[in-house]
Ligand binder design. Structure first.
Ligand SMILES: O=C(CO)[C@H](O)[C@H](O)COP(=O)(O)O
Length: 229
């Protein structure tokens, strides 16, 4: 079974947790897109959805879902979103799709969060996937140097790299840039999260700790596995 099939199954299983009248946070990425499609197909009455990116907003709108914002619906019943890595205790790395800031704002406003993924995302230690760090564009190289100092303090020798795409430096929906830190293994995610947040110019990082209530992971045998923290 392909990773995309596993993502689809996870997204479809998560959509069954949504009830009519709920306010639902919509994640970003290919797995979250499967959830959005499955949710739209359920055609639930009174549903309002808060998207975590312009890309997800476009998809949800196309599929006829009713959109809202954190300003209009500050209490979200359930958020469903993908992840780049799922570690012990459902500690996550997110932000591969550059939406980490809006994602974290929506997750933190949610009563319940379900992370959905293909099986390869479940890892024994976080860090093989480069950790995204969102940085204010103004003076970002200086901020990048400060990030490198913090990484060294965490035994991570490679400086974080400014994310580039074919068309140049990647900008987030909020106009910021992303530095990706090749950590290889993050031994103390909570301390790293705290240290990164202390750097002026760092807007957010992709460590999502103590936020996921449940993971739904697509498995090879056509099913899904439920993981708890
Ligand atoms: O954090 C994210 C976007 O910022 C995504 O959820 C993460 O990158 C996983 O993406 P995909 O479902 O495409 O594998």
């Amino acid at each position: 079974m392909s990773a995309d099939d596993q993502k689809r199954r996870a997204g479809e299983a998560a959509a069954l947790h949504v009830e009519p009248g709920m306010v639902v946070g919509l994640g970003t990425g290919s797995t979250a897109a499967w959830f959005v499609k499955a949710l739209a197909a359920r055609d639930l009455a009174g549903l309002r959805c808060v998207p975590t990116s312009e890309a997800t907003a476009d998809l949800a709108r196309e599929l006829g879902l009713t959109l809202s914002t954190l300003e209009d619906t500050p209490r979200i019943d359930l958020t469903v979103d993908g992840a780049d890595e799922i570690g012990p205790g459902l500690a996550l790395i997110k932000g591969g799709g550059a939406a980490l800031l809006r994602e974290k704002l929506v997750w933190e406003a949610s009563s319940r969060c379900i992370v959905i993924a293909d099986a390869a995302k479940v890892v024994p230690v976080l860090g093989a996937f480069p950790l995204p760090i969102e940085v204010v564009a103004f003076g970002h190289k200086t901020t990048g140097n400060r990030i490198a100092d913090v990484l060294i303090d965490h035994d991570i020798s490679q400086p974080a790299r400014l994310r580039q795409a074919e068309r140049g430096v990647v900008r987030t929906d909020g106009g910021n840039v992303i530095y990706d830190a090749r950590c290889l293994a993050i031994h103390d995610p909570a301390r790293l999260a705290d240290d990164l947040k202390l750097i002026t110019g760092v807007v957010e990082h992709g460590l999502f700790l103590d936020l996921a209530d449940e993971a739904i992971v697509g498995t090879d045998d056509n099913g899904v596995e439920r993981l708890l923290p």
